[in-house]
Design a protein around this ligand. Structure first.
Ligand code: V47
Ligand code: SF4
Length: 395
């Protein structure tokens, strides 16, 4: 901890915080003491935005200084056919109506990987619907062929929901299934499928897919096998602040046990083209509060990520003052899951130069990272040269 800074803030709590409870919570934050679930509830319900931003930014800067990370990745979505019926999903086509969906073959997916030959991407992110014919052997073979073609490309693949289905179908335990995929080339897990862990809300919005307990067990087992992962929270629908705090608490408890989560990703619910279109979306204040409380509460998770294609460039820039230190990657326009749900960015493409500028405009230092937060390039120290072709992905 930066002692002089924290001592200064502790001596000057009166300047920062209105109300005794907020002063006590602020003192904990500046002391590096963990806040409780009641504190988190208080922050959601009573702290004003400026105070929350101040506290979240303090934690962010203790952990990550002035850095904002991004990585150069691309997405593959093997299918949008899904046997599940999550009400918030704008993307899946029911298995029984599968003429409306797409299914990629291994060769088609390999061609997508090959399209990035010679381009400086470091990660492929593979997630999709749960298709009964795409089993563990199909995906094992896909991983193996990607690794054969480009061994250094990090493969971040499969939500716990997809894994749960694959393992059950193959009659494998979680450990056996994960070890099998790891041996084929799986490097880490993305954070999708977590939604909201509260069982009642989950039943209401995603009743037929893997339980919260199973989601957490799969990530715990992955961590035990040395496979790092991310964790998301779908917020801004029918859940309330208690459900958000409960979700954060389950994340923090598992992280205490394993330390395997790289980053926490709050995902704002979007209401276009799904069975929850009648539910209104959260406003900007709620979005920033959610980032800030997450940052303050999750003292054991190093990074909080804003997924910019979903929230838009301006909110992504603002979020960097509310605890966020990662704004995902430069991606191509094949990511359909959000554009179909009404994401801000109808064409979610930013090349590296634009992403770097977006971070610099917010007063932060752009750092290109690998999936596991190894620093690849500091763009303040090593700016993009005029005419530098290899630095950009899409231009
Ligand atoms: O689990 C689906 C969400 C997730 C909607 O780990 C929706 O680096 C909002 O998890 N409104 C999948 N969200 C995507 C995901 C992700 C994204 C970026 C980076 C990483 C990472 C993971 O998308 C699903 C669900 O929670 N989702 N529909 C919707 N209408
Ligand atoms: Fe299927 Fe995932 Fe959509 Fe749920 S969110 S219906 S599991 S694709």
């Amino acid at each position: 901890m930066n002692t002089s800074k924290s001592e200064y803030f502790l001596k000057n709590l009166d300047l920062l915080s209105s109300g005794n409870e907020l002063k006590e919570i602020s003192a904990k934050v500046f002391n590096g003491t963990r806040i409780t679930t009641d504190d988190a509830m208080y922050l959601f319900e009573h702290a004003n935005l400026a105070e929350l931003g101040y506290l979240a930014n303090y934690v962010r800067e203790q952990k990550n200084g002035n850095n904002t990370f991004f990585n150069r990745n691309f997405h593959i979505e093997p299918t949008n056919v899904c046997i599940f019926t999550c009400k918030f999903c704008s993307y899946s086509r029911l298995y029984k109506n599968k003429e409306a969906g797409w299914e990629l073959s291994i060769d088609e997916m390999l061609d997508m990987v090959k399209a990035y030959d010679g381009k400086p991407v470091t990660e492929v992110h593979i997630v999709g619907g749960v298709h009964p014919k795409m089993d563990i052997n199909f995906f094992g073979s896909l991983l193996e062929q990607i690794k054969t073609h480009r061994p250094e490309l990090h493969i971040k693949a499969f939500t716990a929901v997809e894994l749960d289905y694959m393992f059950n179908k193959a009659k494998m335990s979680i450990k056996e299934g994960l070890q099998f995929l790891k041996d084929k080339g799986l490097d880490s897990l993305p954070g999708g499928g977590a939604e909201i862990f509260d069982e009642k809300v989950r039943l209401e919005i995603a009743g037929d897919k893997c339980s919260s307990e199973k989601w957490l067990k799969i990530h715990e087992t992955a961590h035990d096998l040395g496979i790092k992962s991310n964790v998301t929270m779908l917020y801004g629908h029918i859940e309330n602040n208690e459900h958000r705090v409960d979700h954060l608490n389950r994340v923090r408890n598992l992280q205490d046990k394993t330390g395997g989560f790289n980053t926490f990703i709050p995902l704002k619910f979007r209401n276009d083209n799904n069975d929850m279109s009648h539910v209104s979306e959260s406003n900007l204040i709620e979005d920033l509060k959610t980032y800030a409380v997450s940052r303050i509460f999750l003292d054991n998770v190093n990074h909080v990520k804003a997924y910019w294609p979903m929230i838009g460039r301006s909110t992504a820039q603002l979020s960097m003052a509310f605890g966020v230190d990662d704004i995902d990657g430069t991606i191509d326009d094949s990511t359909k899951i959000y554009s179909m749900a009404g994401a801000e960015e109808q064409t979610p493409v930013l090349n590296t130069k634009q992403l770097v500028r977006l971070i610099e405009e917010a007063g932060r230092v752009p750092i290109e990272r690998g999936t596991l937060y190894n620093e690849i390039r500091n763009y303040s120290e090593n700016p993009i040269e005029e005419g530098e072709v290899s630095a950009t992905l899409n231009s």
